[in-house]
Design a protein around this ligand. Structure first.
Ligand SMILES: Cc1cc2nc3c(=O)[nH]c(=O)nc-3n(C[C@H](O)[C@H](O)[C@H](O)COP(=O)(O)OP(=O)(O)OC[C@H]3O[C@@H](n4cnc5c(N)ncnc54)[C@H](O)[C@@H]3O)c2cc1C
Length: 368
């Protein structure tokens, strides 16, 4: 998505663009994610500002590219007990909630906004700013729109092996030259421009996900559970000491529940987090572990008050994220490798959200 968004902005500027993808169709983080444009969780300051700008841009792009499936549906972060409700009410009373267009709803209010919330819930934070896109088809939809412009060329199935200044050479030996090269290779820190990326303050994070069969119910918002307050920096100033401890499986896998309905009615549900700078989870598992899925199903069913449809797909994905050693306040990695050559990666679990605004910033920084 970062590569695609950079192509999008370059075309808006009037540039000619060649986008090179090593897979026949992208298969990495940008198609494995929830497709959540998630403003609610972003940290105050530069990160929130960028997310708000990105949210605006997603809406504009969604109008031009209907195949993206952009929906301004907002989200409910649901409290299942009094302690979770108290923390959320404290949050809703603060300035952070106002900036993110978030309000507190009691249980009946949450059900009124999203009738699929049929469980016994104590209330919810309703964030009006959050939105959804269809990640499995968004890249192709944007490319179809860009292809209308004769200045865009997408080359799939070619791995860029080498870069010499602003010329790159793919694995078939074909050379592609330009005035600028934007390296958006995601979590491949040891591939193209490995010297730069492997020395940058970046780490990799692996997540487990699943998808149900199409559900009969209709989710009018995406849904998070209260564990997302432990995970997202928007809530970092909240006192969460009153919350009941998470079960061991959720602690071990650093879990929260996120649930979003796809256009075909199925539910995408996750997630877990393991990091490549944590020796206990290295190397990353090649298979998916069943235990976290049981926890996610339990939480989702408690919120919906009914059984989930059968699970049809399970997968894992890896994203690139700024390491704790990155400078305070940095939101993603923007590395100028040499004049006209920039590596852009490391947006972490907010990369889908931020992609349009990150690409806009890259081109502003590069100038003409
Ligand atoms: C399971 C999961 C759920 C997530 N959920 C969300 C969410 O809901 N909302 C959100 O905001 N973010 C989410 N994220 C994070 C988000 O998906 C990523 O931050 C974002 O997709 C990163 O985009 P990218 O383009 O940098 O990386 P990628 O999607 O990894 O793309 C990099 C591309 O570069 C290609 N490539 C690499 N090397 C070469 C080479 N040498 N030559 C040619 N091509 C090359 C790869 O094939 C790949 O297609 C999630 C991530 C995961 C894994």
């Amino acid at each position: 998505m970062l590569g695609t968004m950079h192509a999008w902005w370059a075309l808006q500027r009037g540039d000619e663009v060649v986008q090179i993808e090593c897979d026949a169709e992208a298969r990495s983080a940008s198609v494995r994610n929830f497709g959540l444009v998630w403003v609610s969780g972003r940290r105050d300051g530069a990160e929130l500002d960028l997310a708000l700008r990105a949210r605006e841009l997603w809406e504009q792009i969604g109008v031009r590219v209907s195949g993206l499936g952009f929906r301004p549906h907002g989200s409910l972060t649901v409290a299942l007990d009094g302690a979770e409700a108290a923390a959320m009410q404290a949050y809703a009373a603060g300035d952070g909630a106002r900036q993110r267009r978030t309000e507190w709803l009691d249980g009946a209010g949450a059900r009124a906004v999203n009738p699929a919330v049929g469980g016994v819930v104590a209330g919810a934070l309703w964030c009006h700013s959050d939105a959804i896109v269809e990640s499995r088809v968004a890249l192709a939809a944007m490319r179809t729109e860009m292809a209308v412009n004769g200045r865009y060329r997408f080359i799939a199935g070619r791995r860029v092996r080498e870069r010499r200044g602003t010329e790159v050479i793919d694995h078939c030996g074909e050379r592609h030259g330009g005035d600028a090269v934007i390296v958006c290779t995601g979590a491949e820190h040891d591939g193209l421009d490995a010297e730069h990326l492997s020395a940058a303050p970046l780490r990799r994070c692996r997540l487990q996900m699943m998808q149900t069969a199409p559900a009969e119910l209709s989710l009018t918002t995406s849904i998070a559970d209260a564990d997302s307050m432990r995970y997202y920096p928007a809530y970092e100033h909240l006192d969460l000491s009153g919350l009941a401890p998470q079960p061991p499986v959720a602690v071990a896998n650093r879990m929260q529940l996120l649930m979003v309905q796809r256009l075909d009615g199925s539910l995408t549900i996750g997630d877990t987090h393991t990091y490549d700078d944590d020796p206990t989870t290295q190397p990353f598992a090649f298979d998916v572990d069943e235990a976290p899925y049981g926890h996610l199903i339990e939480r989702a069913e408690a919120i919906l008050g009914r059984s989930l449809p059968p699970i049809q797909r399970r997968w894992a994905g890896v994203y690139s994220q700024l390491a704790p050693t990155a400078s305070a306040g940095a939101v993603y990695h923007h590395g100028e490798i040499e004049p006209g050559v920039v590596a852009v990666t490391g947006p972490g679990g907010r990369g889908m959200t931020l992609a349009p605004a990150i690409a806009e910033q890259t081109w502003e920084r590069l100038g003409t």
